[in-house]
Design a protein around this ligand. Structure first.
Ligand SMILES: *Cc1c(COP(=O)(O)O)cnc(C)c1O
Length: 383
């Protein structure tokens, strides 16, 4: 990357830069308040309190109780814990889990692992906009079903799933409902009580917090086995010395994101919709995903006849950082499982790229990107 050129970062769904205010709050917990929160000393009290404050901020943000918040090492661990911990805890009741075809690999590969252990997984399909089929979920439920896990919002196409309806279905059938809300937390309002969510995964680095820290919300009374075994941390449910600084950062980040959300979303939706409108003026382009139920910062476009890799490289040369959508399919020859689930051909799937915007995305950056896209596509098609 040319060091003189400022990069235009349009990959906020992959990860976000940490907010300066968040970083400032974290700083003292590395070298000043470094005590182990599990020790009884006066010195550790400060640390214990800071963790408690962060827990309170999470509980306020999603409307749950403090005791229902468990800090983990990120979205991946939270997803693994929710699925494996439930599967093991409920294996006497049944061996059937329902999820969707468009989940993140943290869910899908955990499901594959559980299949190897003898669990049966149903993958509910989505429509061409990426919205999960509710009737299919209803029909798939059996007496052996122990868990439904459907993501809140998709990381590639930004589609927001009918979470309230799924929560309702699960409640009526007395089945635990988990949602991978890693793309939703800090970006759209989430109220676990109102949406009847029993378990929820989040990850701080998707909302301007540090990497390597997340939460699994577990509603009181939900039966789940431990995933990490060891000490008595997190009410003896998640072992390992607390990552204090990161926990403090997550707390600050979720508080700040929720505070900024109303104004920020109006701004982002404006940028997003104008970007979509302009890019669709380029010949042979199509929007992937749902226009209405969509994350404020997500755009996913199919540039028919242009290979995504080629386009990404051309953008990169102009200092623009976008992506194919999932870090796991980047560099691999496989087309995105999400785009294939929408019914796109392999060719279309491999011609699609994701632009994701965040709080430091400016109108100038959007304008520049639109101009560059038009330029690049013209060159490719004529050259
Ligand atoms: C990023 C992401 C994850 C993984 O979270 P990490 O904290 O990076 O492990 C899981 N699910 C979704 C939808 C994501 O976007």
């Amino acid at each position: 990357m040319n060091e003189n050129k400022k990069i235009i970062y349009l990959d906020y769904s992959a990860t976000t830069p940490i907010d300066k205010e968040v970083l400032d709050e974290m700083q003292p917990y590395f070298s000043e308040f470094y005590g182990n929160p599990s020790s009884v000393s006066e010195f550790s009290k400060e640390v214990k309190m800071a963790i408690d404050v962060a827990r309170g901020k999470v509980s306020e943000a999603i409307n749950c109780k403090r005791e229902e918040v468990f800090f983990t090492s990120g979205g991946t661990e939270s997803d693994n814990w929710a699925l494996i911990g439930t599967a093991i805890a409920k294996r006497e009741k049944g061996n059937h889990i329902i999820t969707s075809t468009i989940e993140h690999p943290a869910i899908l590969n955990t499901c594959r692992y559980l299949e190897k252990l003898g669990f049966k997984i149903t993958y509910a399909p989505v429509d061409k906009y990426g919205i999960v089929n509710l009737e299919y979920i209803k029909r798939a439920i059996t007496t052996k079903t122990i868990l439904v896990s459907v993501m809140f919002a998709n990381n590639e196409i930004g589609s927001i799933e009918p979470i309230r309806e799924i929560g309702e279905i699960c409640k009526n059938n007395n089945i635990v409902f988990h949602t991978d809300a890693v793309q939703a937390i800090g970006h759209v309002p989430v109220d676990v009580e109102e949406l009847k969510i029993d378990m929820l995964s989040m990850s701080a680095h998707k909302f301007y917090g540090p990497k390597g820290i997340g939460v699994l919300y577990i509603k009181k009374g939900i039966k789940i086995d431990n995933y990490l075994h060891g000490g008595e941390q997190e009410r003896a449910k998640r072992a390992g010395t607390e990552n204090t600084a990161a926990i403090v950062g997550l707390g600050k980040a979720i508080e700040k994101s929720n505070l900024d959300m109303p104004n920020e979303n109006i701004r982002l939706i404006g940028l997003r919709d104008r970007f979509i409108q302009e890019v669709l003026k380029i010949k042979d382009t199509e929007l992937n995903g749902d226009m209405n139920n969509r994350l404020p910062g997500n755009v996913n476009i199919c540039f028919n006849g242009v290979e995504a890799e080629t386009l990404l490289m051309a953008l990169d040369l102009r200092g623009i950082c976008a992506s194919v959508g999932s870090a796991c399919s980047a560099g691999s020859l496989e087309p995105s499982h999400v785009l294939m689930s929408l019914g796109l051909s392999e060719k279309k799937a491999k011609s699609s790229i994701r632009f994701s915007f965040g709080k430091w995305t400016t109108e100038e950056e959007i304008n520049y990107t639109i101009t560059m896209l038009k330029d690049i596509i013209n060159n490719i098609k004529e050259g």
